[in-house]
Design a protein around this ligand. Structure first.
Ligand code: ZN
Length: 160
């Protein structure tokens, strides 16, 4: 079976940046599973996997526009100390969360300032060229329930 619309694809991946540093990998974990054609994964990767079959290996190089986009400068701003819980230790690189309409929204602390901290709400991989080593593990048709939900159930997917 080949990767196409409404197929569930499971794959192992190693993600590297331009310098060859490993940013993320499924090594030692369950392969990642997603429902093809439903925007479950970044657009460039979904497009590159179209037509692949179990056992295939490929290397996928993505520009930021095909991955997490370019950083939005409007998402970098200063927040005053009073906006954080008193007991929160602020440090550069730390992840902090704000309450959003759909749950917690993550921000990265860029640096501390006299009155608070500069926060960045962009995805940590925004603006980066991404290089994936991919190994397709399994391709199967989605169940009706998975199609109704728009995501994968079972190993590597949602557990409900
Ligand atoms: Zn579901």
């Amino acid at each position: 079976m080949k990767t196409a619309l409404n197929m569930v694809v499971s794959f192992h991946y190693t993600l590297k940046d331009d310098s060859g540093e490993v940013l993320d990998s499924s090594n030692g974990r369950e392969p990642l599973s997603y429902l093809h054609g439903h925007g479950n994964i970044i657009p460039g990767l979904e497009k590159a996997l179209e037509g692949t079959a179990a056992g295939e290996r490929s290397q996928v190089d993505l520009r930021p526009e095909e991955a997490y986009g370019q950083p939005n400068p409007d998402l970098v701003f200063e927040a005053s100390r009073e906006q954080f819980p008193d007991d929160l230790q602020l440090a550069p690189g730390a992840r902090v969360y704000a309450d959003g309409p759909d749950g917690p929204v993550p921000f990265t602390v860029v640096r501390l300032t006299e009155s608070g901290a500069v926060l960045d709400g962009n995805h940590p991989l925004a603006g980066k060229q991404l290089h994936f080593d991919i190994e397709i593990v399994d391709v199967r048709p989605a169940t009706q329930e998975e199609l109704n939900h728009g995501h994968v159930h079972g190993p590597g997917g949602a557990d409900h």
